[in-house]
Design a binder for this molecule. Structure first.
Ligand code: HEC
Length: 104
């Protein structure tokens, strides 16, 4: 490869992969939150009796989830389920739902 060309191509590749990482991070919160959709509805818009998660403040959700995890709040499924996520993952999930508009 021509020397000047190589000097241009390498930084372009580095920039390209940094952009890809940022895009993956943006999708990570959404993808993690999608694991809640079976029960709590798409983007936290619950149907029927299920509790909606959309627009719940991040602090409130993290407090509820911490109580399920510790057992302070008895539950049928949430206590088991929350143990499968790291605190960092739960923060991403809570941030995603807090940013969803309320309503159906
Ligand atoms: C298998 C069905 C199911 C899935 C999947 C599920 N939930 Fe739940 N969730 C429940 C049930 C049922 C309750 C009521 C508490 C209980 O009995 O476990 C609940 C309660 C909650 C509450 C309390 C709501 C309130 O207003 O009191 C929050 C917050 C919550 N879930 C968050 C999540 C998050 C975040 C996820 C995804 C990581 C998730 N749930 C996935 C079934 C589910």
């Amino acid at each position: 490869m021509h020397r000047t060309l190589r000097l241009l191509v390498v930084p372009a590749l580095l920039l390209g992969s940094a952009g890809l990482c940022a895009a993956q991070d943006a999708n990570l919160a959404r993808n993690l939150a999608a694991t809640c959709a079976n029960c709590h509805g798409t983007n936290g818009h619950a149907r029927g009796d299920m509790k909606p998660l959309a627009n719940m403040s991040s602090g409130k959700m993290l407090a509820l989830l911490a109580d399920y995890k510790s057992g302070a709040q008895p539950s049928t499924v949430m206590g088991q389920l929350v143990k499968g996520y790291t605190d960092a993952q739960l923060q991403l999930i809570a941030g995603f739902f807090a940013a969803q508009p309320a309503g159906k």
